[in-house]
Design a protein around this ligand. Structure first.
Ligand SMILES: Cc1cc2nc3c(=O)[nH]c(=O)nc-3n(C[C@H](O)[C@H](O)[C@H](O)COP(=O)(O)OP(=O)(O)OC[C@H]3O[C@@H](n4cnc5c(N)ncnc54)[C@H](O)[C@@H]3O)c2cc1C
Ligand SMILES: *[C@@H]1O[C@H](CO)[C@@H](O)[C@H](O)[C@H]1NC(C)=O
Length: 498
């Protein structure tokens, strides 16, 4: 049988008999990328998505340089083209009206240097991120999958997994597909040697296969600003003050996304105080740079309650079930403050497709080999994912400071950035998904803690005449240091467990 006959036979097996090597549930960020990567290796893939219409969501709009680089490795770099994407060169952090610029580090592209061994980009120059409308990007990814001869995409809502009667092994999935003739949804079945579930943050299957469940402490409310002049064009903007953090980035020629973090049960956003809209107008608006205020106000004018999404934390876990793996947001989530979700997803796909390659695992039905590969995956992905997970959660704790010690750490963090040099190159490389050494994160975090303590001592003692206040300063320093540990260690522990 020639290759084209073989591929045609596989296509028929998928279309008529609903059988493939791999069944992927969810054609989102992770699902599309993994389907594409495995198909390129010659696997026959069924990609199942409940809704193939272009998504309209407020998530996944900024891709860090480390994610762009992973997309290039997957052969999907063209998906950020022709969607009016905006280049991102770094961040601008504004603390009580004062700004500091944090560009992605120079010379982090090829050739690889110490600390960036695995980071390369096509142009070999300064790292660049991309911001875009999520739906347009997803449509591009789906188009890339649709034009892949080894993938068949089906619009169907997966409702359950199918388990073998003889042994505890998943054989495929059950779903509901709309019959266009009758207008009714009909039961449907799809079979694969391996089922990859990537059904996103509200995963239907997580409870069944993962012991950990997400924790939600705040939500991001979203506005779309039109022609908003950013203080630093082509940079993500983070606004810090008394309120919880606000994030802004341009996602199209005329559109800028504003994401406003609102902790659960925040009194300032209670109904009595005018609800979310009252909070945005009375508390958030005045903290924005003057030039941005008119477009922010205009976006509020439509009178609707802005759209929102929960900001979840879900530490990663290994999986032991046979024939099925749960990945993407369904398996691991972090606060979207640092825009790292898609970067984790694409790097996961690069690693996973390497571990599952036909050279290593000729037959995806080999559950012993898959189990070992998933164990390796769990530990090997940490070089990048644990940094992005811990950084986002720790930074959010500081930026949303709600006590004196956290506020001291937040102030120290900003002062750290103001020092420039390695104090911004290090953190920005971590955030960008360029550095893959978790210890570098721990180093910078504690450097921030030490600087915060120094500032606390200075503020308390003042000068020579204030020396009598030294014991007070020491006491507060210990509290700040203790707080820094309480902030970061639980997130570190959540990464070293299975
Ligand atoms: C407010 C917010 C902002 C964010 N901003 C960023 C950002 O700027 N940058 C970034 O990198 N990350 C960001 N993220 C994170 C990012 O969105 C996720 O990490 C990423 O989308 C995860 O990809 P996924 O494929 O796991 O899930 P998704 O992209 O959500 O894909 C899941 C897919 O599965 C489909 N599906 C679900 N259930 C079924 C079913 N039963 N049957 C069939 N199909 C199904 C869905 O329709 C969807 O297409 C943000 C997250 C939030 C909450
Ligand atoms: C599709 O799979 C075949 C093997 O079945 C492989 O030879 C081919 O390279 C794959 N096609 C693409 C476009 O990657």
């Amino acid at each position: 049988m020639s290759l084209s006959q073989f591929q045609a036979a596989n296509e028929e097996r998928r279309r008529v008999y609903h059988e493939a090597d791999v069944v992927v549930v969810g054609a989102g960020v992770f699902g599309c990328a993994v389907a594409f990567a495995l198909a390129k290796q010659g696997r026959s893939v069924l990609l199942l998505e409940r809704w193939l219409k272009e998504p309209d969501r407020i998530v996944g709009e900024l891709l860090q340089p480390g994610g762009v680089s992973a997309l290039e490795k997957l052969g999907l770099a063209h998906c950020t083209e022709d969607i009016d994407a905006i280049p991102v060169h770094g961040y601008e952090v504004i603390y009580y009206g004062q700004g500091v610029n944090i560009p992605y580090p120079p010379n982090a592209g090829a050739p690889p240097t110490k600390g960036s061994q695995e980071y390369t980009n096509e142009k070999g120059g300064r790292p660049e991120g991309r911001a875009f409308h999520h739906g347009r990007f997803i449509s591009q990814l789906r188009r890339a999958c649709a034009s892949q001869a080894n993938i068949t995409i089906v619009e169907t809502e997966v409702t359950d997994t199918i388990t073998s009667e003889h042994k505890p092994q998943v054989l495929g999935v059950k779903s509901r597909t709309l019959n266009p003739k009758t207008g009714e949804k009909e039961e449907d079945y799809y079979f694969g040697q391996l089922t990859i579930i990537a059904d996103g943050y509200a995963s239907k299957f997580r409870k069944q296969y993962i012991t950990k469940q997400p924790i939600v402490k705040s939500k991001f409310y979203a506005l779309e600003l039109i022609d908003c002049p950013l203080p630093a064009p082509f940079h993500g903007t983070v606004i810090l003050g008394d309120a919880s953090p606000v994030l802004l980035y341009q996602i199209g020629t005329h559109e800028t996304r504003a994401l406003i973090d609102i902790p659960e049960n925040l009194p300032a956003a209670s109904v009595k105080n005018g609800g979310v809209r009252g909070y945005l107008r009375n508390v958030v608006l005045p903290t924005l740079p003057q030039q941005m205020q008119p477009s922010f106000e205009a976006a509020l004018e439509d009178g609707k309650i802005p759209r929102s999404m929960p900001n979840s934390f879900l530490p990663p876990s290994t999986q032991m079930e046979k024939g099925v793996v749960v990945l993407g947001d369904a398996m691991n989530m972090r606060h979207p403050l640092t825009g790292g979700g898609m970067t984790v997803a694409f790097n996961d796909v690069v690693l996973l497709s390497d571990l599952l390659s036909p050279e290593r695992i000729p037959d995806l039905g080999d559950t012993v080999a898959i189990k070992q590969a998933m164990k390796d995956f769990h530990w090997q992905r940490k070089g990048l994912s644990s940094i992005i997970n811990i950084l986002s959660m720790a930074l959010y704790s500081l930026f949303a400071a709600n006590d004196r010690q956290l506020s001291a750490l937040k102030k120290g963090c900003f002062a750290y950035f103001q020092r420039g040099g390695n104090c911004i190159d290090g953190p920005s490389s971590l955030l960008a998904g360029i550095i893959r050494q978790p210890l570098v994160l721990v180093y910078h975090f504690f450097a921030v803690a030490v600087l915060s303590i120094w500032l606390v001592i200075q503020d308390t003692v003042g000068g020579f005449l204030g020396l009598w206040k030294l014991p007070l300063a020491v006491e507060e320093s210990i509290r700040v240091f203790y707080k820094a540990c309480v902030v970061i260690f639980p997130f570190i522990f959540s990464e070293v467990r299975t």
